[in-house]
Design a protein around this ligand. Structure first.
Ligand code: ZN
Length: 308
């Protein structure tokens, strides 16, 4: 049995995968803030999963954890995870020492990409295709799976496309550059372009645009142009078969996919080159409730590549 834990900014979710690939029920609990609280949350989650399965922690052949932030997946060190109040935490070794099982740490978007690739591959009956997981949350980042393998790059930076500048006249990004993709296509971009008290500002924006509000249409299309630019970028750099949109904004569902395809088709009408790539057909949204992040964490825990 492999155990996967997705530590999010507010919630932690876990799932176990049996030898036959069967998924256990998911366990969810609130995430603590700060190093000791995050370690305690992880340990509590493992304990809860062992109780449910009626086994000891050592019965898990591997444990993987997805966590938002800058992560060294070889050493298991979390350099920064601002939302969790972490700075230089050796999460992997602390948990491995406590549990007596090797615990691999991975960036949450990369883990989710690997999980989405696995789950969609099982659903579609394709195992080794190439896929990008485009995470639209507060920020924007992607995870890339090429021929069935997770692309990390030399320093785990591969896929951090949210900080590719696309608009020289755009606003300053949290990273210090100007006009990053993230300033167009993310939850924080929508919060800036469409200030709202609604708990789901993106949904309110889309509803206002559908109702014909011109300011809303402009803001929505600016957002969708950013999403379409991210799709184009991922296909042109990695030629992925699918770009699967996940993250909080994936809850927008079909209107998000349809709007992104509309922009891509407009571009294709002006460019035979882009038309030949079939970009619109490569976009899809992850089904609601798909436990991609926790499943991906369980799979990366299995040690895809040598530890040294
Ligand atoms: Zn940036």
């Amino acid at each position: 049995m492999r155990l996967g834990i997705d530590i999010g900014g507010t919630k932690t979710a876990a799932v176990a995968i049996g030898a036959d690939g069967e998924l256990s029920d998911q366990v969810r609990m609130p995430t603590g803030f700060g190093a000791e609280a995050v370690v305690a949350t992880a340990l509590r989650t493992v304990q809860r999963m062992t109780q449910l399965a009626g086994v000891e922690a050592s019965a898990f052949s591997s444990i993987g954890i997805g966590i938002p932030g800058t992560v060294d997946s070889v050493t298991g060190r979390v350099e920064h995870a601002v939302n969790l109040g972490l700075e230089g935490l050796d999460l992997g070794s602390r948990l491995s020492d406590r549990l007596g099982v090797y615990v691999r740490i991975e960036n949450d978007v990369k883990a989710a990409a690997f999980g989405a690739h696995h789950l969609l591959g099982v659903a579609d009956g394709i195992r080794a295709h190439s896929m990008a997981y485009l995470n639209l949350g507060t920020g924007l980042a992607a995870g890339i799976v090429l021929d069935g393998r997770l692309l990390r790059g030399g320093h785990g930076v591969a896929g951090e496309i949210g900080h590719i500048p696309v608009d020289p006249a755009g606003v300053t990004c949290s990273c210090g550059q100007r006009g990053c993709l993230e300033t167009l296509a993310s939850g924080s971009a929508i919060a800036r372009m469409w200030p709202s008290d609604d708990p789901l500002p993106a949904r309110e924006l889309f509803a206002a645009a559908d109702a014909g509000d011109e300011r809303a249409i402009a803001a929505r299309d600016r957002f969708l142009t950013g999403v379409a630019a991210a799709v184009r970028l991922l296909v042109l750099t990695a030629d992925v078969d699918d770009v699967v949109i996940g993250g909080g904004l994936a809850a927008l569902g079909d209107p998000l996919v349809a709007g992104t395809r509309r922009i891509l088709n407009e571009w294709a009408a002006d460019s035979a080159f882009l038309a030949s790539l079939g970009l619109a057909a490569r976009v899809r949204v992850i089904p609601l409730g798909f436990p991609a992040a926790a499943v991906g964490a369980a799979l990366v825990g299995e040690d895809q590549w040598p530890k040294s």
